[in-house]
Structures are given as structure tokens and as C-alpha cells.
Design a protein around this ligand. Structure first.
Ligand code: B16
Ligand code: MG
Length: 212
């Protein structure tokens, strides 16, 4: 392994905004009279906003027009951003913060590779805006995970070939994306049961054992 750069997924790896996604999608689904639960929410990990909505609408009683879908997605995002606005630096654990600082000290280039269009706002809320060497997110991609685009862009932003990058992911879609990008895939959280992962870590500081 000749890894020089580490690309971090955001939701489920650095911060736990999945609970806010759940509450926002739940509010919107309840209003539409569409069944939604935590199990369905798990399928939305790493998936773009519109793809998430399409998954939720699988349980709808009718088809929705593109216009309606955009309005629903917009409403969900407004509710979601309301929750994000309450985030503070304490939403990043000491373990995550200390590990990131140590990896930087060891000389790794560190980037974010997230499907979220709210990435920069979230990083600002938790005081990590200036920490990473590059940010690749939902605003600079055309195709969402499991497509490798978000990670390939991150590698481009830190000027490294894909084979010198590792990706840390909590979503199956993200592990697939990392492997399609020819990167080393590190699984954490929900993704630890994904057979395609190259490395599995029980908690964030586990990275220090693999990246010296
Ligand atoms: P937004 P990640 C993903 O973040 C979330 O896991 C996924 O649930 C969400 O739908 C997606 O971002 C888009 O988020 O609506 O804020 O653009 O895990 O790729 O950091
Ligand atoms: Mg994630």
C-alpha cells in the first residue's frame, strides 16, 4: 500500500447527520402519507437527494411529476438545514478530531468526498472548513455514488493518482464507488459488513493502525 491521500465521506464518518436526514424525510413522507422508516433510511446512505426521494416514492400510491419531486426535495432540504443550523463543533467527536490531526501530522493529504450539497455548510458548523486539503461534494459532480466521480474529483483536487488514495466510507454505495475508482476502500459503521472493503475499522481511530 502506497497511500498518500485519504478521502473521507462526511455523513456517517466525520459527522452523524443521518439522524437529521431521517427526521426531515420522515416529516415530508408523513405529509405525503407515504410509509417511511429507519430501514428505508438506511438505503439512503451516500445516495444523492433526488435518488433518495425516488427510493422513498417507491412506497407512494401514485407517480410524481419532476416538478413535484423538486418541490418535495426542496422542502426536505429546508427542514434538514434547520437541523444542521443547530450543529456545533461538539458534533465532531474528540476521537475523530484527534485522529484527523494525527493523520495530517503523519503527512497524508486529507480530502472530503461526500454526495451532500450541504457539505461546506456542515463543515462550517463543526469548525472544519479550513482543515481539509480539498473538498469534493454534491456540488461538483454529475453522478452520485456508487459512481466513482466524487472520489476521482477529490484525488484530482489533491493531485494524486487514484491508486495512492484511500477512501473511508460508511455506505455500501461508497465502498462500490471507491473500488470503481481503483482506490483502497476502508469501511466503518454500516459498511463494515460489505465484503468488497479492503480494510474494516471498528472505530475512527483504527485508521492510525493502517496509515503510518
Ligand atoms: P444532501 P455522504 C450523503 O452524504 C448522505 O449519506 C445521503 O443520505 C444524502 O442523501 C446525500 O449525502 C445528499 O445530501 O441532500 O445534503 O445534498 O454520506 O455522501 O457524506
Ligand atoms: Mg456516508
Amino acid at each position: 500500500m502506497n497511500i498518500k491521500g485519504i478521502i473521507f465521506d462526511l455523513d456517517g464518518v466525520i459527522v452523524f447527520t443521518d439522524k437529521f436526514h431521517y427526521l426531515a424525510w420522515k416529516a415530508v413522507s408523513d405529509e405525503l402519507g407515504i410509509y417511511f422508516d429507519e430501514k428505508i433510511n438506511n438505503r439512503l446512505r451516500g445516495v444523492s437527494r433526488m435518488d433518495s426521494l425516488n427510493i422513498i416514492l417507491e412506497n407512494g400510491a401514485r407517480e410524481y411529476s419532476e416538478d413535484e419531486k423538486h418541490q418535495i426535495a426542496e422542502k426536505k432540504n429546508e427542514i434538514y438545514k434547520g437541523y444542521l443550523s443547530q450543529m456545533t463543533p461538539s458534533d465532531v467527536s474528540d476521537e475523530v478530531r484527534k485522529t484527523l490531526i494525527e493523520l495530517k501530522r503523519r503527512g497524508y493529504l486529507l480530502a472530503i468526498g461526500s454526495s451532500s450539497k450541504n457539505t461546506k455548510y456542515i463543515l462550517e458548523r463543526v469548525a472544519l472548513s479550513d482543515f481539509f486539503d480539498a473538498i469534493s461534494d454534491g456540488t461538483n459532480i454529475k453522478k452520485s455514488k456508487p459512481d466513482p466521480e466524487v472520489f476521482l474529483k477529490a484525488a484530482e483536487f489533491i493531485n494524486l493518482p487514484a491508486c495512492e488514495c484511500a477512501v473511508v466510507e460508511d455506505a455500501f454505495a461508497g465502498i462500490d464507488a471507491a473500488k470503481s475508482a481503483d482506490m483502497t476502500a476502508v469501511a466503518i459503521g454500516d459498511a463494515t459488513s460489505c465484503k468488497k472493503a479492503d480494510i474494516v475499522i471498528g472505530s475512527f481511530s483504527g485508521l492510525l493502525k493502517y496509515f503510518h
